[in-house]
Each structure stands twice: as structure tokens, then as C-alpha cells.
Design a protein. Structure first.
Length: 318
């Protein structure tokens, strides 16, 4: 039987999709790629393959899950299987350097960023950046790994020489321009099958804890991804779907996704005091906030399940 295959390493982020597939009576199978093998002498099964591998897999003791997924995707692509978020999507998921260069190549502005390996070079990068305030983050990130805000070189030096410094899993630390938004929120734009679905206004007044996944809980003050409760101390929704969102950046994002063979993604941006948009994150294993979707009556996991069903029926008789 042909089916939808879901490639991942975290079942807590997949259960919402599998429930929708079951509702629609779509046959599926999960490939949990923490460990496994790839038989290059054999052929993969027929079906539709959806890659949900995460850059933060190593924080769940799945250190080599992305590498195994890369091998699986190469195998699938060699046999011309239909894939949502193939090898190029995975490459961008695992490297913000690749994200930013790809975004800039599509004419999409990103914050000034310098990549550095080695503590001495992290200091040099911050000095070269020439910004009064800057942040650090990991190149292979997710979950806000390594994200810290600094206002002086001295405070950065204290951090990297101190006990709380986090060594990136790939060794690459990014020093990035801090965008001081006039209002405490960022915008996350969601896409399915390369097409815009909706934009979410994310309240950052309590810090950058922005991942909408229901299962995710991160405590970093300036974490770019992570789940908190829907309500802030001011009783305002942390995640709000924006009605009638229509910005020129959406067309650029759709072009970017097409150029980079990305079917499903959440793209985050922030505005500065002049209204200029800076895009700083592309999530190819995007999740959705259940409370925000309920209020808006828009359910992206259902839409994604429907899209996968249509693709399966188009290619196979089920």
C-alpha cells in the first residue's frame, strides 16, 4: 500500500499531523530517524515523503538524526520519490549561514551577521560588526540555542569565557545585529505547498520565546524558538493570527521557497523603527499554535494533511 511517510525525530511535534491524517483516512507511516540504516542497493517504497527533521535534534540526544535524514533524502531523490522538504530544505534547516545567504540571494534583507569559529574569533566578529548592541546564536540552532543579547564587548568576553557559554554543535557561532523593534513583537509567516497560509503576530514582551509548538518549552530570555503558554502576564495572547495580512514580502517569500525547493515553512521577520523588515529565521519543520488557530478558525495541520492526501491521490491510486 502506498502511503505518506513522515521523516522526523520528535513524535511530540508530529502527533497533530498524524491525527489529521487519521481523520482524513490517509495511510501513513512514521520514520523516526534517530538511528537506522539506508540500504542503497535497494529501492525505497512508493509514496509521498514529508521531511520534518529538526536542527535542534541533538538537544534530544539525537545527535546524528540530521545526517541520517540527509542520507535517506539522497536515497529517495535518487529514486525520484515525491518529497516535501527535500535535501535543500534540510540544508537550510541546519545552517543559518545558508539561510541568510539564500535569503539575500532572493533579495530579502537579513540582519548583519558574522560567522565565527573559536572564542577569539567570536570577539573579533563582534568588534567587526560595529554595532552597539548585538546577539549571539548558534548556526545549527532551533530552540534558541546560544541566543544572548550583549551591549558591550566586555560582557561578551565574560560570557564566552564563563561557565554558561554554549559550544555550537557544528562549532559555528553567529554574531548578529540586534534589531530593536519599536513594538515588542515579531511576525511569523506560514506556508504550505509553497503558498502563504497566514501570518502570526508573536508577543515578545517577555522574551523571544516564539515557537508555536504546543510541546515546546524554552526558558531563554531571547530564545528565537520555543513554546510558552498562550497568555502573557498582561493577559494578551502571545500568538495572534493576523487577519487580512497582505505585505509585499509574502511574494518574495513564496519565490524564495520555490527557488529553494521548500514546500512547508515558517519564516520570521522583525521591523525596525523605520519600518524596514529583517528576516532572521526559516523553519522547515514548522509547528502551529493550537489556541491561536482555534481563535482564527484556521488549522494548518489539517491543511497540510489535505495537501499530502491530494498529492498521494494524484500520484497513486489509494
Amino acid at each position: 500500500m502506498t502511503k505518506v511517510y513522515i521523516l522526523h525525530e520528535n513524535s511530540e511535534w508530529t502527533v497533530h499531523l498524524t491525527k489529521r491524517l487519521e481523520e482524513l483516512q490517509v495511510p501513513y507511516e512514521e520514520w523516526h530517524l534517530d538511528q537506522g540504516l539506508v540500504n542503497l542497493t535497494g529501492e525505497p517504497p512508493e509514496g509521498i515523503f514529508y521531511n520534518r527533521m529538526s536542527a535542534s535534534s541533538h538537544t534530544r540526544n539525537h545527535r546524528y538524526a540530521p545526517e541520517l535524514t540527509s542520507a535517506v533524502l539522497a536515497w529517495l531523490e535518487h529514486h525520484d520519490r515525491t518529497i516535501f522538504n527535500g535535501s535543500n530544505a534540510l540544508r537550510l534547516e541546519l545552517s543559518k549561514v545558508l539561510q541568510y545567504t539564500a535569503l539575500e540571494a532572493s533579495g530579502i534583507k537579513t540582519p548583519k551577521t558574522i560567522a565565527a569559529v573559536g572564542k577569539e574569533h567570536i570577539i573579533k566578529a563582534a568588534q567587526s560588526l560595529g554595532e552597539s548592541s548585538f546577539i549571539t546564536k548558534h548556526n545549527r540552532a532551533g530552540k534558541g540555542l546560544g541566543v544572548q543579547l550583549f551591549h558591550t564587548i566586555e560582557s561578551l568576553h565574560t560570557y564566552i569565557e564563563g561557565p554558561t557559554f554554549e559550544e555550537p554543535v557544528d562549532g559555528v557561532t553567529l554574531i548578529q545585529q540586534y534589531i530593536n523593534a519599536p513594538e515588542p513583537y515579531i511576525t511569523r509567516c506560514e506556508f504550505i505547498n509553497g503558498k502563504f497560509q497566514y501570518a502570526v503576530k508573536v508577543d515578545t514582551s517577555e522574551g523571544f520565546e516564539l515557537c508555536p509548538a504546543d510541546a515546546c518549552q524554552i526558558d531563554d530570555l531571547f530564545c528565537p524558538v520555543g513554546e510558552t503558554t498562550l497568555e502573557t502576564n498582561s493577559a494578551q495572547p502571545k500568538f495572534q493570527i493576523i487577519e487580512n495580512f497582505n505585505e509585499p514580502i509574502i511574494e518574495q517569500y513564496e519565490t524564495f521557497l520555490k527557488q529553494n525547493e521548500i514546500k512547508v515553512a515558517g519564516i520570521e521577520f522583525i521591523r525596525d523603527k523605520n519600518g524596514d523588515i529583517y528576516t532572521y529565521d526559516v523553519n522547515t519543520n514548522t509547528n502551529y499554535n493550537a489556541d491561536a488557530e482555534k481563535l482564527a478558525g484556521h488549522y494548518n495541520m489539517l491543511q497540510l494533511a489535505k495537501t499530502l492526501k491530494v498529492e498521494l491521490e494524484k500520484n497513486y491510486s489509494i
